[in-house]
Design a protein. Structure first.
Length: 368
């Protein structure tokens, strides 16, 4: 496998493990390119980064990395957080060249890692454009939080070909097939938090955890619940990861009952009769949430879309027509086509019998 392909594959193994740290892969190759000396990916927050894992792997194999070429999907860090700077580890190891796929947008790094490596007389190279794009895509939420101060917001919707998410009576299980549902959980695994509205909690009693794919960590579960109507016996409280309720309610009895079940309650200002969703996103960014996965009903979906908070739509379309039913999002009514919200098709993939479409807001800049 070519070094960059292996490096990207290693970075992908860090999904569902490293948040809030970025997903990074590293491969160390002999100077003549004939052999892989070491490889690794970033571990859980507080654990070793990809470069250190690769250096340790090389040492365990008995390889000397002096003069070797290092391939890494993100610029080596230059600050001492919970682990020492990776740029210093590479310098101390005496490698000959470092190939970097993408710069680190973290202000504590942002070019400093590259500069310190170069200052030590080590050559710096850069990945081809397609590799750089894939490295950034893997960390689209990390780039968003560092560059924009808010998570990358992705709304997931399962619907019929005519855009119905449920029948008029609320029946929706299951519009899409088992493979699409498992794929949706793989996207949940990417997220630091899953967000829904109180309407979905009351109608479906979801757990919002990752169950259908393996994961090392569970996302936070968050509910936009203006009046604290979340039942204390909701399935949300059956999983160990945090439950956060965003509210405007001052009902002391409801707060006490929900806090007893382990919920954290966050007060959010109200504007025009609705909770200020910008405050919700800012709160999640402060909790180091990189990607926010939204699985909600038409009302919350519509509110996020209308306020320009949505970066990406993750749509699963089933090959069926349902006629009358519930919409994807409460929008409009518009009087002109130009009032529509512009998205670009980013990717279309067959998943079982269903079609998965990724569509991106044209103004989204988290991966630029």
């Amino acid at each position: 496998m070519k070094p960059w392909l292996l490096t990207l594959a290693l970075a992908e193994q860090a999904v569902g493990l490293t948040d809030p740290n970025p997903r990074v892969g590293c491969v160390i190759v002999s100077a003549d390119g004939s052999a892989v000396l070491g490889q690794g990916h970033t571990q859980a927050a507080g654990g070793p980064h990809a470069e250190v894992m690769a250096l340790r792997d090389a040492q365990a194999r008995g390889h000397d990395v002096r003069g070797a070429v290092v391939y890494v999907t993100l610029e080596p860090c230059a600050h001492h957080g919970r682990t020492p700077p990776c740029c210093d580890a590479l310098v101390a190891a005496g490698v000959g060249r470092v190939e970097i796929a993408a710069g680190d947008p973290n202000p504590l790094v942002n070019g400093q890692g590259t500069a310190r490596i170069a200052a030590a007389g080590i050559a710096i190279g850069h990945a081809p454009a397609d590799v750089a794009r894939r490295a950034r895509e893997l960390n689209i939420g990390f780039f968003s939080r560092m560059q924009r101060g808010r998570p990358w917001v992705r709304i997931k919707i399962a619907a019929s070909l005519d855009g119905r998410t449920a029948l008029p009576n609320g029946a929706s299980q299951w519009i899409t097939g088992a493979q699409a549902r498992a794929d949706g959980h793989a996207w949940r695994r990417r997220a630091g938090a899953v967000l829904t509205g109180i309407g979905t909690v009351l109608a479906d009693d979801p757990s919002l955890d990752v169950r259908l794919v393996e994961t090392a960590m569970q996302p936070m579960r968050c509910v936009v619940d203006a009046r604290l109507d979340t039942p204390p016996r909701a399935r949300l409280f059956e999983t160990a990861s945090p439950v956060i309720l965003f509210t405007a309610s001052t009902d002391a009895a409801r707060r006490a009952a929900l806090e007893e079940r382990g919920a954290e309650i966050v007060d959010v200002p109200v504007h025009d009769g609705r909770l200020e969703l910008e405050v919700v996103l800012a709160n999640l960014a402060a909790r180091h949430v990189n990607e926010l996965h939204v699985e909600a009903g038409a009302r919350l979906n519509g509110a996020l879309l209308r306020t320009g908070q949505v970066d990406e739509l993750l749509l699963y379309l089933a090959p069926t027509l349902l006629g009358a039913g519930r919409d994807m999002a409460a929008l409009g009514p518009f009087e002109a086509l130009t009032q529509g919200l512009p998205f670009d098709f980013h990717e279309a993939t067959r998943v079982g019998a269903d079609l998965r479409i990724l569509a991106r807001n044209r103004s989204a800049t988290g991966a630029s």
